[in-house]
Design a protein around this ligand. Structure first.
Ligand SMILES: Cc1cc2nc3c(=O)[nH]c(=O)nc-3n(C[C@H](O)[C@H](O)[C@H](O)COP(=O)(O)O)c2cc1C
Length: 410
């Protein structure tokens, strides 16, 4: 699979956010990969990076003004979008996101976006309160519903000294998303089934047993496989994430419901079981809230073992060609994961260490996984969950592209 951006053309809009300095690195990555890039700087963007740096790195004129007689006669806002294969807004400020949603066309960037006939990828970046504000959340949902792709934001320390969700994705991750966009769809024609999030096993109408899985990794994998062209069904436990654009998402609560939904999604070529399925469920789901009983001994919770979804899919009569599981281990990572690979009869395992203070994974944006197959163990080093997802989609593509032994003999 070629990863050069030679002959590809991008239009990058840099709006007014502190993360604008990271866009200089994005320009460098695109240029280094042979791509052609033109940039528009908003008035806000100009406060954070200079047109001179952008021009020097892109080796192109930088466009800033809708009313520039020279720029409009030489290039024009319509041609800026027509001559690009992809438009990227990075950083995308809360302001420009709102402007796009409302169809405003008050400066060169928003006018070009409104007139665009090209796919748009935005990388939001803002303070966590701005990001979590219902106005911004509604705007993002509206943009995604219109087919505008988003990457990030991620969680972390912010320039303002606060911590939260709102950091722009790293330039390498945005670059990976651009690459994924430009690839021909190598998984077109393949069906993929992905599970994500925790399961929730009820004790009574208000209480349940569950776990800390956020669903970020599973949802990122579903998105990456979709971007690679696969027809993806995502079966998700309860999570606080939006359904990934373009992915058929089925919402379930219990392990039993998840298994049933998985079996209904067969046949599939690829199964990625990223959900943290509860090992046990209460034997009884009480009809009414279990009350305190004064001095009486608290009720014991009797548990039964839940179905093993990974193992069931790996030994199913409609077994997917490639069955991939996750192993969250708290110790002896590679040994335990290799044993699990054999026990579950799956093809690959992505293993990570969880539970130690210095190795939090649940809910984080970074992941450090090992890819374990029957013949190999690869340390993928720490990277964002989106980058893990893209790398997995690439590995799956490479694996499915290899001729099978009997094909090669024919
Ligand atoms: C120091 C500073 C940092 C800012 N950082 C951000 C930011 O990261 N994200 C954001 O949405 N707005 C940020 N703003 C506010 C925007 O720059 C402001 O809303 C501006 O109108 C955006 O214009 P534009 O969307 O046309 O570029 C910041 C403002 C200042 C003064």
């Amino acid at each position: 699979m070629s990863k050069t951006l030679k002959d590809k053309s991008a239009l990058l809009i840099i709006s007014g956010g502190i993360a604008a300095y990271k866009s200089l690195e994005l320009i460098r990555l695109i240029k280094k990969s042979g791509g052609h890039i033109r940039c528009i700087l908003t008035k806000g963007g100009e406060q954070f990076v200079t047109p001179l740096s952008v021009a020097a790195l892109s080796e192109e004129t930088v466009y800033t003004d809708l009313w520039s007689l020279k720029d409009e006669t030489e290039m024009g806002h319509i041609r800026l979008s027509r001559e690009a294969d992809l438009i990227i807004v990075a950083p995308a400020s809360a302001n420009i996101i709102a402007q796009i949603v409302h169809g405003n066309a008050e400066d060169l960037a928003t006018t070009t976006l409104l007139a665009a006939d090209k796919p748009i990828l935005i990388a939001p970046a803002m303070n966590h309160m701005m990001w979590n504000n219902p106005a911004t959340q509604d705007n993002i949902t509206a943009l995604q519903a219109r087919g505008i792709e988003t990457i990030g934001p991620t969680e972390g320390d912010m320039a303002c000294g606060e911590h939260g969700m709102g950091r722009m994705s790293e330039p390498e991750d945005i670059f990976a998303a651009i690459n994924a966009f430009f690839f021909e769809k190598p998984l077109e024609g393949y069906k993929a089934l992905v599970t994500s999030g925790p399961t929730l096993e009820p004790l009574d109408p208000v209480r349940f047993i569950s776990n800390r899985s956020s669903g970020k990794q599973g949802h990122a994998i579903a998105s990456a496989l979709h971007k690679f062209g696969a027809d993806v069904t995502l079966i998700s436990g309860p999570v606080a994430l939006p359904d990934p654009a373009g992915v058929n998402t089925i919402h379930v609560e219990t392990a039993a419901e998840m298994l049933k939904a998985c079996e209904s999604a067969l046949p599939a070529n690829i199964a990625v079981c990223a959900a943290a399925v509860s090992d046990w469920a209460p034997t009884q789901n009480a009809d009414h809230k279990i009350k305190k009983r004064g001095d009486e001994t608290p009720p014991a919770i009797a548990l039964k073992e839940n179905p093993d979804i990974l193992k069931t899919l790996a030994s199913h009569k409609q077994r997917p060609q490639l069955v991939i599981g996750f192993a969250a281990e708290t110790e002896n990572l590679t040994e335990n994961a290799a044993a699990k690979l054999a026990r579950k009869n799956c093809d690959w395992l992505l293993a990570n260490l969880v539970g130690q203070d210095d190795k939090k994974i649940f809910g984080e944006d970074q992941n450090h996984v090992y890819l374990i197959t029957s013949s190999d163990t690869q340390d993928w080093r720490p990277m964002s969950k989106q980058a893990v997802a893209t790398k997995l989609a690439e590995e799956i593509t490479n694996h499915l592209e290899q001729p099978k032994v009997q094909d090669a003999a024919e």
